[in-house]
Design a protein around this ligand. Structure first.
Ligand code: IPM
Ligand code: MG
Length: 354
Protein backbone atom coordinates (compact mmCIF):
# COMPACT_ATOMS: atom_id res chain seq x y z
CA UNK A 1 0.00 0.00 0.00
CA UNK A 2 1.15 3.50 -0.70
CA UNK A 3 1.02 5.66 2.43
CA UNK A 4 1.49 9.39 2.27
CA UNK A 5 2.30 10.95 5.62
CA UNK A 6 2.67 14.61 6.58
CA UNK A 7 5.09 15.06 9.46
CA UNK A 8 4.66 18.07 11.71
CA UNK A 9 7.33 17.85 14.43
CA UNK A 10 6.46 21.21 16.04
CA UNK A 11 8.26 22.53 19.11
CA UNK A 12 10.33 21.42 22.09
CA UNK A 13 10.81 17.67 22.15
CA UNK A 14 8.51 17.32 19.11
CA UNK A 15 11.28 16.73 16.53
CA UNK A 16 13.10 14.10 18.64
CA UNK A 17 10.05 12.03 19.48
CA UNK A 18 8.68 12.18 15.95
CA UNK A 19 12.04 10.96 14.68
CA UNK A 20 11.75 7.84 16.85
CA UNK A 21 8.19 7.22 15.68
CA UNK A 22 9.34 7.52 12.07
CA UNK A 23 12.04 4.89 12.67
CA UNK A 24 9.24 2.53 13.71
CA UNK A 25 6.97 3.56 10.83
CA UNK A 26 9.76 2.81 8.37
CA UNK A 27 10.56 -0.51 10.01
CA UNK A 28 6.92 -1.61 9.82
CA UNK A 29 6.53 -0.38 6.26
CA UNK A 30 9.60 -2.33 5.19
CA UNK A 31 8.37 -5.46 6.84
CA UNK A 32 4.89 -5.33 5.29
CA UNK A 33 6.03 -3.92 1.95
CA UNK A 34 4.32 -0.57 2.17
CA UNK A 35 5.58 2.33 0.22
CA UNK A 36 5.92 5.32 2.57
CA UNK A 37 6.08 8.78 1.16
CA UNK A 38 6.56 11.53 3.71
CA UNK A 39 7.17 15.22 3.88
CA UNK A 40 7.90 17.58 6.78
CA UNK A 41 6.08 20.86 7.43
CA UNK A 42 6.24 23.69 9.93
CA UNK A 43 3.88 24.31 12.82
CA UNK A 44 3.82 25.95 16.26
CA UNK A 45 6.40 28.37 17.65
CA UNK A 46 8.92 27.09 15.13
CA UNK A 47 6.59 28.17 12.33
CA UNK A 48 5.95 31.54 13.99
CA UNK A 49 9.70 32.12 14.20
CA UNK A 50 10.28 31.13 10.60
CA UNK A 51 7.25 32.38 8.72
CA UNK A 52 5.14 34.31 11.26
CA UNK A 53 2.21 31.85 11.26
CA UNK A 54 1.77 28.80 13.55
CA UNK A 55 -0.17 26.87 10.88
CA UNK A 56 0.98 28.17 7.51
CA UNK A 57 -1.08 27.54 4.37
CA UNK A 58 1.68 25.37 2.92
CA UNK A 59 1.42 23.11 5.98
CA UNK A 60 -2.34 22.90 5.62
CA UNK A 61 -2.04 22.04 1.92
CA UNK A 62 0.38 19.24 2.71
CA UNK A 63 -1.96 17.87 5.41
CA UNK A 64 -4.92 17.97 3.03
CA UNK A 65 -3.18 15.92 0.37
CA UNK A 66 -1.72 13.37 2.79
CA UNK A 67 -3.33 10.17 4.08
CA UNK A 68 -2.38 10.92 7.68
CA UNK A 69 -0.56 13.50 9.78
CA UNK A 70 1.99 12.56 12.42
CA UNK A 71 2.28 15.41 14.86
CA UNK A 72 4.86 16.04 17.59
CA UNK A 73 4.03 18.77 20.09
CA UNK A 74 3.36 22.47 20.19
CA UNK A 75 4.21 25.22 22.67
CA UNK A 76 7.06 27.42 23.79
CA UNK A 77 7.47 29.05 27.23
CA UNK A 78 8.31 32.39 25.68
CA UNK A 79 4.63 32.71 24.75
CA UNK A 80 3.12 31.17 27.90
CA UNK A 81 4.04 34.04 30.17
CA UNK A 82 3.02 36.73 27.77
CA UNK A 83 -0.77 37.16 27.81
CA UNK A 84 -0.38 40.03 25.33
CA UNK A 85 1.25 37.93 22.58
CA UNK A 86 -0.86 38.31 19.44
CA UNK A 87 0.16 35.06 17.76
CA UNK A 88 0.56 31.92 19.87
CA UNK A 89 1.79 28.46 18.92
CA UNK A 90 -1.43 26.87 20.24
CA UNK A 91 -3.42 28.84 17.68
CA UNK A 92 -1.69 26.69 15.09
CA UNK A 93 -3.03 23.53 16.67
CA UNK A 94 -6.53 24.96 16.95
CA UNK A 95 -6.43 26.20 13.35
CA UNK A 96 -5.30 22.77 12.18
CA UNK A 97 -8.13 21.05 14.08
CA UNK A 98 -10.71 23.47 12.68
CA UNK A 99 -9.47 23.46 9.09
CA UNK A 100 -9.11 19.69 8.92
CA UNK A 101 -12.51 19.30 10.60
CA UNK A 102 -11.04 17.10 13.36
CA UNK A 103 -14.09 17.02 15.57
CA UNK A 104 -13.22 13.81 17.42
CA UNK A 105 -10.20 13.34 19.61
CA UNK A 106 -9.72 9.75 20.69
CA UNK A 107 -7.57 9.23 23.76
CA UNK A 108 -7.26 5.63 24.93
CA UNK A 109 -6.26 5.15 28.56
CA UNK A 110 -4.49 1.86 29.02
CA UNK A 111 -2.28 0.61 31.79
CA UNK A 112 0.97 -1.28 31.37
CA UNK A 113 1.69 -4.04 33.83
CA UNK A 114 5.35 -3.11 34.15
CA UNK A 115 4.44 0.46 35.11
CA UNK A 116 1.66 -0.03 37.61
CA UNK A 117 3.92 0.83 40.52
CA UNK A 118 4.45 4.30 38.98
CA UNK A 119 0.76 5.12 39.12
CA UNK A 120 -0.30 7.61 41.79
CA UNK A 121 -3.20 5.22 42.42
CA UNK A 122 -3.03 1.98 44.34
CA UNK A 123 -2.32 -0.99 42.13
CA UNK A 124 -5.67 -2.68 42.72
CA UNK A 125 -7.55 0.44 41.64
CA UNK A 126 -5.73 0.92 38.37
CA UNK A 127 -4.71 -2.60 37.30
CA UNK A 128 -6.69 -3.55 34.21
CA UNK A 129 -8.18 -0.08 33.69
CA UNK A 130 -8.84 0.35 29.99
CA UNK A 131 -11.10 3.03 28.63
CA UNK A 132 -11.31 5.54 25.83
CA UNK A 133 -12.01 9.24 26.21
CA UNK A 134 -13.63 10.79 23.19
CA UNK A 135 -13.28 14.53 23.30
CA UNK A 136 -15.17 16.87 20.98
CA UNK A 137 -12.45 18.97 19.41
CA UNK A 138 -13.78 21.74 17.17
CA UNK A 139 -16.53 23.36 19.22
CA UNK A 140 -17.36 24.66 22.66
CA UNK A 141 -15.60 27.40 24.56
CA UNK A 142 -12.38 26.97 22.57
CA UNK A 143 -14.06 28.24 19.43
CA UNK A 144 -17.06 30.27 20.65
CA UNK A 145 -17.29 34.03 20.62
CA UNK A 146 -14.68 35.62 22.84
CA UNK A 147 -13.51 39.11 23.59
CA UNK A 148 -13.20 42.02 25.95
CA UNK A 149 -15.55 44.82 26.90
CA UNK A 150 -15.59 47.67 29.43
CA UNK A 151 -12.33 49.03 28.07
CA UNK A 152 -10.76 45.62 28.35
CA UNK A 153 -11.74 45.12 31.98
CA UNK A 154 -14.29 42.40 31.33
CA UNK A 155 -13.44 39.32 29.29
CA UNK A 156 -15.69 36.56 27.96
CA UNK A 157 -15.46 33.19 26.24
CA UNK A 158 -18.63 31.53 25.04
CA UNK A 159 -19.40 27.82 24.99
CA UNK A 160 -21.56 27.16 21.95
CA UNK A 161 -22.68 23.84 20.49
CA UNK A 162 -24.96 23.12 17.56
CA UNK A 163 -27.05 19.94 17.50
CA UNK A 164 -25.17 18.58 14.46
CA UNK A 165 -21.84 18.91 16.26
CA UNK A 166 -23.19 16.95 19.22
CA UNK A 167 -24.85 14.31 17.07
CA UNK A 168 -21.76 13.47 15.03
CA UNK A 169 -19.49 13.04 18.04
CA UNK A 170 -22.07 10.99 19.95
CA UNK A 171 -22.54 8.77 16.90
CA UNK A 172 -18.81 8.10 16.78
CA UNK A 173 -18.75 7.46 20.54
CA UNK A 174 -21.63 4.96 20.25
CA UNK A 175 -19.73 3.18 17.46
CA UNK A 176 -16.66 2.91 19.66
CA UNK A 177 -18.73 1.63 22.57
CA UNK A 178 -20.34 -0.91 20.25
CA UNK A 179 -16.93 -2.32 19.37
CA UNK A 180 -15.81 -2.36 22.98
CA UNK A 181 -17.65 -3.19 26.18
CA UNK A 182 -20.93 -1.51 25.29
CA UNK A 183 -21.00 1.20 27.87
CA UNK A 184 -21.02 4.91 27.07
CA UNK A 185 -20.62 7.61 29.72
CA UNK A 186 -21.81 11.02 28.53
CA UNK A 187 -20.06 13.66 30.63
CA UNK A 188 -21.57 17.13 30.94
CA UNK A 189 -22.63 19.83 33.39
CA UNK A 190 -26.32 19.73 32.55
CA UNK A 191 -27.26 20.91 36.04
CA UNK A 192 -25.75 24.33 35.22
CA UNK A 193 -24.93 24.83 31.54
CA UNK A 194 -27.42 25.24 28.70
CA UNK A 195 -24.97 23.78 26.18
CA UNK A 196 -24.71 20.68 28.38
CA UNK A 197 -28.49 20.41 28.50
CA UNK A 198 -28.52 20.28 24.70
CA UNK A 199 -25.84 17.56 24.83
CA UNK A 200 -27.94 15.53 27.21
CA UNK A 201 -31.13 16.10 25.21
CA UNK A 202 -29.45 14.90 22.01
CA UNK A 203 -27.89 11.91 23.78
CA UNK A 204 -31.25 10.90 25.25
CA UNK A 205 -32.79 11.07 21.78
CA UNK A 206 -30.06 8.90 20.30
CA UNK A 207 -29.90 6.38 23.13
CA UNK A 208 -32.84 4.21 21.92
CA UNK A 209 -31.02 3.70 18.58
CA UNK A 210 -28.31 1.78 20.43
CA UNK A 211 -30.24 -0.71 22.54
CA UNK A 212 -27.24 -2.94 23.19
CA UNK A 213 -25.21 -0.09 24.67
CA UNK A 214 -25.70 1.11 28.21
CA UNK A 215 -25.72 4.91 28.30
CA UNK A 216 -24.77 6.58 31.55
CA UNK A 217 -24.87 10.32 32.26
CA UNK A 218 -22.39 11.94 34.60
CA UNK A 219 -21.62 15.49 35.67
CA UNK A 220 -18.07 16.49 34.90
CA UNK A 221 -17.07 17.16 38.51
CA UNK A 222 -18.28 13.72 39.49
CA UNK A 223 -16.48 12.21 36.48
CA UNK A 224 -13.22 13.86 37.60
CA UNK A 225 -13.62 12.12 40.92
CA UNK A 226 -14.67 8.75 39.54
CA UNK A 227 -11.72 8.58 37.13
CA UNK A 228 -9.42 8.30 40.11
CA UNK A 229 -11.77 6.39 42.36
CA UNK A 230 -13.10 3.75 39.96
CA UNK A 231 -11.15 4.00 36.67
CA UNK A 232 -12.15 0.45 35.80
CA UNK A 233 -15.83 1.42 35.64
CA UNK A 234 -15.37 3.35 32.41
CA UNK A 235 -15.45 1.93 28.90
CA UNK A 236 -16.07 4.84 26.51
CA UNK A 237 -16.46 8.37 27.79
CA UNK A 238 -17.60 11.21 25.55
CA UNK A 239 -17.55 14.89 26.39
CA UNK A 240 -17.25 18.43 25.07
CA UNK A 241 -13.98 20.13 24.23
CA UNK A 242 -12.78 21.73 27.46
CA UNK A 243 -14.10 19.07 29.82
CA UNK A 244 -12.29 16.56 27.61
CA UNK A 245 -9.06 18.53 27.72
CA UNK A 246 -9.04 18.50 31.51
CA UNK A 247 -10.30 14.95 32.06
CA UNK A 248 -7.82 13.40 29.63
CA UNK A 249 -4.83 14.95 31.40
CA UNK A 250 -6.20 13.55 34.62
CA UNK A 251 -6.88 10.15 33.08
CA UNK A 252 -3.45 9.95 31.50
CA UNK A 253 -1.46 10.13 34.73
CA UNK A 254 -3.25 7.24 36.37
CA UNK A 255 -1.35 4.97 33.99
CA UNK A 256 1.99 5.97 35.51
CA UNK A 257 3.39 8.45 33.02
CA UNK A 258 2.09 11.17 30.74
CA UNK A 259 4.74 10.08 28.26
CA UNK A 260 2.87 6.96 27.23
CA UNK A 261 -0.49 7.96 25.89
CA UNK A 262 -1.19 8.46 22.20
CA UNK A 263 -4.16 10.08 20.51
CA UNK A 264 -5.96 10.25 17.21
CA UNK A 265 -7.94 13.22 15.97
CA UNK A 266 -10.44 12.37 13.28
CA UNK A 267 -13.21 14.05 11.40
CA UNK A 268 -13.81 15.42 7.96
CA UNK A 269 -10.38 15.53 6.30
CA UNK A 270 -7.01 13.93 7.08
CA UNK A 271 -6.65 12.44 10.58
CA UNK A 272 -3.88 13.57 12.91
CA UNK A 273 -1.95 11.34 15.30
CA UNK A 274 -0.09 12.84 18.22
CA UNK A 275 1.02 12.13 21.78
CA UNK A 276 -1.21 13.69 24.38
CA UNK A 277 1.69 15.30 26.25
CA UNK A 278 3.07 18.75 25.47
CA UNK A 279 6.34 20.05 24.07
CA UNK A 280 8.30 19.62 27.36
CA UNK A 281 10.70 22.47 26.51
CA UNK A 282 13.01 21.77 29.48
CA UNK A 283 13.99 18.48 27.84
CA UNK A 284 14.26 19.72 24.25
CA UNK A 285 17.43 18.59 22.50
CA UNK A 286 18.58 16.51 25.49
CA UNK A 287 17.61 13.13 24.07
CA UNK A 288 15.80 12.20 27.31
CA UNK A 289 12.10 12.52 26.45
CA UNK A 290 9.94 9.41 26.33
CA UNK A 291 9.10 8.63 22.67
CA UNK A 292 6.53 5.93 23.47
CA UNK A 293 3.39 8.09 23.26
CA UNK A 294 4.42 9.19 19.77
CA UNK A 295 5.37 5.67 18.72
CA UNK A 296 1.96 4.46 19.93
CA UNK A 297 0.38 7.34 18.01
CA UNK A 298 2.05 5.90 14.91
CA UNK A 299 0.45 2.54 15.79
CA UNK A 300 -2.94 4.29 15.93
CA UNK A 301 -2.15 5.85 12.56
CA UNK A 302 -1.74 2.40 10.98
CA UNK A 303 -4.90 1.14 12.63
CA UNK A 304 -7.22 4.13 12.16
CA UNK A 305 -6.00 5.96 9.06
CA UNK A 306 -4.83 2.99 6.99
CA UNK A 307 -6.91 0.20 8.53
CA UNK A 308 -3.72 -1.86 8.90
CA UNK A 309 -4.33 -3.62 12.20
CA UNK A 310 -1.42 -6.06 12.09
CA UNK A 311 1.07 -3.27 11.50
CA UNK A 312 -0.33 -1.35 14.45
CA UNK A 313 -0.17 -4.41 16.64
CA UNK A 314 3.45 -5.06 15.78
CA UNK A 315 4.33 -1.56 16.96
CA UNK A 316 2.35 -2.09 20.17
CA UNK A 317 4.06 -5.41 20.80
CA UNK A 318 7.45 -3.79 20.27
CA UNK A 319 6.62 -1.05 22.76
CA UNK A 320 5.41 -3.60 25.29
CA UNK A 321 8.66 -5.53 24.82
CA UNK A 322 10.77 -2.45 25.47
CA UNK A 323 8.88 -1.81 28.68
CA UNK A 324 9.06 -5.41 29.79
CA UNK A 325 12.82 -5.41 29.16
CA UNK A 326 13.26 -2.08 30.93
CA UNK A 327 14.66 -0.52 27.79
CA UNK A 328 13.02 2.83 28.54
CA UNK A 329 13.73 6.50 29.18
CA UNK A 330 14.47 8.05 32.56
CA UNK A 331 10.89 9.01 33.42
CA UNK A 332 9.92 5.36 33.78
CA UNK A 333 13.28 3.57 34.16
CA UNK A 334 13.82 1.45 37.25
CA UNK A 335 17.55 0.94 36.88
CA UNK A 336 19.42 2.04 33.83
CA UNK A 337 17.75 4.74 31.74
CA UNK A 338 18.19 4.93 28.00
CA UNK A 339 18.17 7.91 25.67
CA UNK A 340 15.22 8.84 23.48
CA UNK A 341 17.11 7.82 20.36
CA UNK A 342 18.27 4.52 21.88
CA UNK A 343 14.71 3.59 22.80
CA UNK A 344 13.58 4.49 19.26
CA UNK A 345 16.35 2.33 17.77
CA UNK A 346 15.55 -0.56 20.10
CA UNK A 347 11.84 -0.55 19.27
CA UNK A 348 12.44 -0.18 15.50
CA UNK A 349 14.97 -2.98 15.67
CA UNK A 350 12.53 -5.24 17.54
CA UNK A 351 9.97 -4.58 14.80
CA UNK A 352 12.48 -5.62 12.14
CA UNK A 353 13.31 -8.83 13.97
CA UNK A 354 9.82 -9.99 14.91
C1 IPM B 1 -4.34 19.30 24.19
C2 IPM B 1 -3.65 20.58 24.53
C3 IPM B 1 -4.22 21.70 23.67
C4 IPM B 1 -5.69 21.82 24.02
C5 IPM B 1 -3.51 23.06 23.82
C6 IPM B 1 -2.04 22.95 23.56
C7 IPM B 1 -4.16 24.12 22.96
O1 IPM B 1 -3.75 20.85 25.88
O2 IPM B 1 -4.26 18.89 23.01
O3 IPM B 1 -4.93 18.70 25.07
O4 IPM B 1 -6.05 22.49 24.99
O5 IPM B 1 -6.50 21.25 23.31
MG1 MG C 1 -4.68 19.28 27.00
Amino acid sequence: MKLKIAILPGDGIGPEIVEQAMKCVKAVAKKFNHDIEYEYALTGATAIDQVGDPYPDTTHELCMKSDAVLFGAIGDPKFDNNPKATVRPEQGLLAMRKKLGLYANIRPVETFESLLHKSPLRRELVEGADFVCIRELTGGIYFGEKGRKDNGNTAFDTCTYARVEIERILKLAYEFAGERNKKLTVVDKANVLESSRLWREVAQEMEPNYPDIKTEYMFVDNAAMQIIQWPKNFDVMVTENMFGDILTDEASVITGSLGLLPSASMGIHTSVFEPIHGSYPQAAGKDIANPIATILSAAMMFEYAFDLKEEGKLIRDAVAASMAEGFVTEDIAEEQAYKTSEVGDWIANWIEKN
